[in-house]
Design a protein around this ligand. Sequence first.
Ligand SMILES: [Zn+2]
Ligand SMILES: [Zn+2]
Length: 339
Amino acid sequence: MTDTMNAAMMVAPNEPLEFRKVPVPVPGPGQILVKIEACGLCHTDLHFWLGEHEIPRQLPAVLGHEGVGRVVKLGQGVTQWKEGQRVGVGYVYGTCGNCDQCLTGYETHCAHVQCTGVNAEGCFAEYAVLREDWATAIPDDLDVAEAAPLLCAGVAAYSAVRKAALEPGELAVIFGAGGLGTYAIQLAKCCGARVAVVDVSDEKLSHAKKIGADYAIRADRNACEEIRNLGGADASLNFAPVAASWRQMIESAGARGRLILVSLPNQQLTFDAAEVIESGLRVMGSADGTRQELRQLMGLAAEGQVRSVVERVPFAEINIAFQRLAAGDVNGRLVLDMR
Ligand SMILES: [Zn+2]
Ligand SMILES: [Zn+2]
């Protein structure tokens, strides 16, 4: 193994990432060194790259938090991994492990959460150091590029679907059929729900039907009526970052409907208290996913129950990939091929 590696480094907000030769990091106690084979590009990386979110550490920095690779070196005291095993990391790099949230299975709400690429160097590099307790095993029969976006986009959708607590036959309405919505459709079907998808794009709606959605609904004025005609939404999951979809969620909810918010609209969301009180609606926010959810999701993916729609891009073209993501010129998730 060489001592240096190629890393795509963010040097300043809104500037192209620079490829630099830097020392291969050394895993400390409880850490593992991973040779990265693929890393997905996420909108959160884009917000950092554009300077819309500030990175709380010194630049240059390595972003990238949908990394998959093989363990090549163990730090002191590591017991749960062996060299050669395939692992991945998502947006959560690690948590304290000892607070009320961590101890009760809500670890992503830990006040001391550390994020990959934000508080620690990420995976847009040939090697990355991960915490042994927050690395996720990636099944060997899963394609590396398809596995990568499961680590952030996939698990965010999975956690939201779990919070929706769908019963067989219930109506789940997915607002937004992009990357996360595509996962949520497949996962809601795994729960036995009837799945309706609302989007402005005919192309996305027809893809949604192909991957299992029962009903495709144009996000226009009649959308709420169409959903109410199906019996009203038992659960609505919002992956569309526009406030108008929030109104539609409220107006199309059935009695005691669950409203799960995942996307971040730029506008304020408003409602009349009576709308929520009279129907007994429950509103929940959902972000990221726990380690247990990551394990469950990898199991579903290995069985072929959830598939990723990915486009592979050579690592050397990372700046072009970022520009395409910024322009919305992407179908499915972009994944850097780093082998
Ligand atoms: Zn992400
Ligand atoms: Zn904690």
